[in-house]
Design a binder for this molecule. Structure first.
Ligand SMILES: [Zn+2]
Length: 178
């Protein structure tokens, strides 16, 4: 795996710590949670629809996608991290991520699906799922997120087609291996 930048890079020194940290979106003192606003009425409005959803989870479209199949999964109710999820949500997380992983792999030519939980931007629980293209060895591990930032944006129709295939595979229902 390699950085998507030419050498030589110069390592920076860590900056002085900023404590307390500025509030994130959706936490006390921060900007209101726009995800909660959208979730409150997406089923009954003209707002953009998610790729897929059930009672607990909503699978969302990313913007500026460079690798078709990049999606993000959010809880329908506002919780911060794994440590805050009610038991029902925590118990359904593994099965739903497994279903989404199978759907993304169903796009073809994907070596692996990465799951990232950053949590540094919004305090509303969400994870990112990034397909690592088959054979793109330079984008293994943490390099995939860096490559995804610098690759050219994929054609919108290709991204939409990948999202439609993921939706169709998810709507086909659970398909856990026997
Ligand atoms: Zn929220």
């Amino acid at each position: 795996m390699t950085l998507p930048y030419a050498e030589p890079l110069v390592r920076l020194e860590p900056q002085p710590r900023v404590i307390p940290e500025p509030p994130r979106v959706g936490e006390p003192g921060g900007a209101p949670c726009s995800l909660c606003d959208w979730l409150a009425d997406f089923e009954h409005s003209d707002h953009e629809k998610p790729i897929w959803y059930d009672d607990n989870w909503v699978l969302c479209r990313a913007t500026g996608v460079t690798i078709p199949g990049v999606v993000w999964l959010a809880s329908r109710s506002h919780h911060d991290s794994f440590a805050d999820l009610p038991d029902e949500l925590a118990q359904s997380y593994g099965p739903v991520v497994a279903r989404i992983e199978r759907a993304i792999l169903g796009l073809g030519d994907i070596a692996r699906v990465h799951v990232y939980r950053w949590g540094d931007g919004s305090a509303h629980f969400h994870v990112w799922l990034f397909p690592r293209p088959l054979g793109m060895l330079e984008a293994k591990r943490e390099m995939l997120a860096l490559w995804a930032n610098v690759l050219p944006e994929a054609p919108k129709e290709v991204v939409a087609d990948a999202e439609a295939k993921i939706a169709a595979l998810l709507s086909a229902g659970p398909s856990a291996p026997a």
